[in-house]
Design a protein. Structure first.
Length: 231
């Protein structure tokens, strides 16, 4: 019953227009009035995607501390940009590692973004947790491998597809929560009375096989903190 759709500029998963899974704070975007009492005809699961962006940037810096600059790939139509990018810019200033914001909402724009990374010799990349970009994970993993770009993704699914690293909420756990709510709504529960769930598990996943292909030595400090290491 769950389907993936786009509603204007909102990047989200909805179920019968009553249930969503998304990374942007639903209060900030005006979807609900509060997490505990949505007071709207929808509820859902908050993945903390925006709040974790600065941490992803720090982890990428730990992976490639000597990189003169890194890049962030975002979908320009994603509403979370207005909340996410200021945090990214602040983190870049604090770390002292400039970040180039590259945009892509088509396959051609993804290719163009990677051409820019190669041309400007950008030393690392982290990818926004976005529906479109996630749907292109095989393409993104292939390009990061082909061009030997150390890349940190938002979801574990990129790493199991051959990517290097991910840091983000456990999507499987989030969808289980969504499924529980979907069942309750189908039985008559009112979405407005169901508190917005917040993802409780955030995981760091590292693929050492990918690191070997890229010729990267993952710092022991990162390996020690990883929730899962693929060897």
């Amino acid at each position: 019953m769950q389907s993936q759709t786009r509603h204007g500029e909102r990047d989200e998963y909805r179920d019968a227009d009553h249930l969503y899974v998304q990374g942007t704070d639903p209060v900030d975007t005006g979807l609900v009035s509060s997490l505990s009492r949505p007071n709207a005809n929808l509820t859902g699961v908050h993945l903390f995607t925006v709040l974790l962006s600065a941490k992803r940037q720090e982890l990428l810096h730990e992976l490639v501390p000597s990189a003169a600059a890194v890049a962030m790939l975002v979908n320009p139509s994603n509403v979370q940009n207005q909340f996410e990018l200021p945090d990214v810019e602040a983190a870049a200033a604090k770390i002292g590692q400039p970040v180039h914001i590259l945009t892509a909402s088509t396959d051609g724009e993804i290719d163009a973004a990677f051409a820019t990374i190669v041309e400007q010799r950008i030393g690392g990349l982290f990818v926004q947790g976005d529906v479109f970009l996630t749907s292109r994970r095989e393409r993104l993993v292939l390009l990061t491998t082909r061009h030997a770009i150390p890349t940190l993704f938002a979801w574990r699914e990129f790493v199991t597809a051959g990517g290097l690293m991910s840091y983000g909420a456990d999507l499987r756990a989030a969808y289980r929560l969504s499924g529980i709510y979907a069942a309750q709504i189908l039985k008559g529960a009112k979405p407005a009375e169901l508190p917005v769930q917040q993802a409780t598990k955030v995981e760091l996943v590292i693929n050492l096989r990918a690191a070997k292909v890229l010729g990267i030595d993952v710092p022991p400090t990162l390996l020690a903190r990883a929730d899962e290491v693929i060897e």
